[in-house]
Write a new protein. Structure first.
Length: 321
């Protein structure tokens, strides 16, 4: 993705080939994929869509007032939303038709967008973040705590956090943008220009000049501190059966080195959810299995406590699509 168009890999990124037949503009600035696997690419010339994994593309911009588009995302309800010079748009038919979603304050230039359950977030070039709880009809400024109003990228995790990449690094919110907290530990002050999550909930941040950074704890939450955890416990995931995401909780009665891994019925490791030192407490990890086939899986927690105690437990989970 970039000035040379779109590139595709079929071998986990080892090799890449250009995949831009039919793109209306090779300078692609953002992409998104919907629930059926269709791809959307936006550029200064509008929006393109691919229904064959990027082999071919066609323009889909009916209803968009200006061709200059900067961001695209897919909401949990399945709507495709896009933002650009002329505002924010949504489509409920795979991009065939678009309608404008209210208006942002005059002078705001949208450059990033994401939707969570019930809330649209739009990042701008110098005006911070705006949110809407009515599908874009009305917008309010929502960036208290963000130190740099140039919000290059927005991304949502599976457990309710929304992340904003800015010229001052990364920020996150869990109250629909009312407040934001900075999370730059290990990242420095590089501008964050892109962000993605893998199936284990690990976050990847691409920076301007600083390379790519991994945060393996972006979707893990410490729910209670160590004084509440009296033993080592691995809880049954909830919901179970699930599709496509579920939550796994565990307790640590002592500071420990912890691994939490998921295996298929053949005993092959398919995901690592936790791998590192954790303080005593109660934790919850979200596991998204959208790329896995339906069936039975197992998750195993191992903990080596600083107090000399060790713990290991295995439980079964079921993915039903």
């Amino acid at each position: 993705m970039g000035a040379a168009g779109v590139y595709r890999s079929t071998d986990k990124g080892n090799n890449w080939a250009r995949s831009g037949d039919g793109l209306i503009d090779s300078n692609v600035v953002a992409m998104a994929v919907d629930s059926v696997g269709d791809l959307f690419a936006v550029s200064g010339s509008g929006v393109s869509r691919s229904t064959d994994e990027g082999s071919t593309w066609r323009p889909v911009a009916n209803g968009i007032l200006s061709s200059g588009m900067a961001a695209v995302s897919v909401s949990p309800s399945g709507k495709t939303i896009a933002a650009g010079i002329s505002g924010v748009y949504s489509s409920s038919d795979g991009g065939a038709d678009w309608k404008q979603c209210g208006t942002l304050p005059e002078g705001s230039q949208p450059i990033s967008i994401v939707a969570t359950k019930g809330v649209y977030f739009v990042g701008t070039a110098g005006e911070g973040v705006f949110t809407s709880t009515d599908s874009g009809t009305h917008w309010i400024a929502s960036y208290a705590g963000i130190s740099n109003a140039f919000v290059r990228v927005l991304a949502a995790s599976y457990n309710g956090w929304v992340f904003a990449g800015t010229n001052d690094g990364m920020f996150r919110t869990k109250d629909n943008g009312a407040t934001w907290e900075q999370m730059n530990d290990g990242l420095g002050a590089f501008s964050v220009i892109t962000m993605a999550f893998d199936s284990s909930g690990h976050a990847y941040a691409g920076t301007n000049g600083g390379g790519v950074y991994l945060n393996a704890r972006a979707t893990e939450v410490l729910e209670r501190g160590g004084t509440f955890a009296q033993s080592f416990v691995l809880y049954q995931n909830y919901p179970n059966p699930f599709n496509p995401a579920t939550a796994i909780s565990y307790e640590l009665s002592a500071n420990s080195y912890v691994t939490l891994k998921v295996y298929n019925v053949l005993g092959q490791e398919v995901a690592t959810l936790v791998d590192g030192q954790r303080n005593a407490g109660v934790y919850k990890v979200n596991f998204n299995a959208s790329r896995f086939a339906s069936g039975v899986y197992f998750y195993r927690l191992t903990a080596a406590g600083n107090n000399g105690k060790t713990f290991s437990s295995v439980k079964k989970l079921m993915l039903v699509k």
